[in-house]
Design a protein around this ligand. Structure first.
Ligand SMILES: [Zn+2]
Length: 116
C-alpha cells in the first residue's frame, strides 16, 4: 500500500490553477514542472501528464491515475464546491467516514465532506 500521509503532504506543496479546457494545471512543489490533470469520463477517473502516470511509451489516457498532482487537483476542485477532501488508502477506512468516495486509481480514495 502506498503511504497516504506522505503523498498527502506532497500534494500540499503543489500549486493548482484551473486550465481553459476544464482541467487543471498543477505546478510541482518539488520539481517546479507543470503537469496537466483532466477528468476522463470514460475512465471515471483522472489523467495526468507526469512521468509517473505514463505507462511505458504509451498515452496516459487508458487508466485513472492517483498521483499527487491528481490529488492536488481533486482537493482544489472540491474546495471550489465547498468540500474538503481527505485521502485514504483503503476502502474500509474510507467507508468509515460515511461520505462520498471517489476512487482516483492506484489505491487512492478521496473522501469529501461539506464545509461551512
Ligand atoms: Zn501526476
Amino acid at each position: 500500500m502506498r503511504n497516504i500521509a506522505s503523498l498527502t503532504a506532497k500534494t500540499h506543496t503543489h500549486t493548482v490553477s484551473p486550465a481553459s479546457d476544464g482541467g487543471w494545471d498543477v505546478v510541482s512543489g518539488s520539481s517546479g514542472n507543470t503537469y496537466h490533470v483532466r477528468y476522463q469520463p470514460e475512465l471515471e477517473g483522472y489523467s495526468c501528464t507526469c512521468r509517473w502516470a505514463l505507462p511505458k511509451g504509451g498515452s496516459n489516457c487508458h487508466r485513472p491515475v492517483g498521483c499527487s498532482h491528481v490529488m492536488a487537483a481533486v482537493a482544489f476542485h472540491k474546495l471550489e464546491q465547498d468540500r474538503k477532501v481527505a485521502f485514504k488508502g483503503d476502502l474500509e477506512s474510507a467507508r468509515r467516514q460515511h461520505r462520498p468516495i471517489s476512487d482516483l486509481g492506484q489505491g487512492i480514495l478521496a473522501v469529501s465532506r461539506r464545509i461551512a
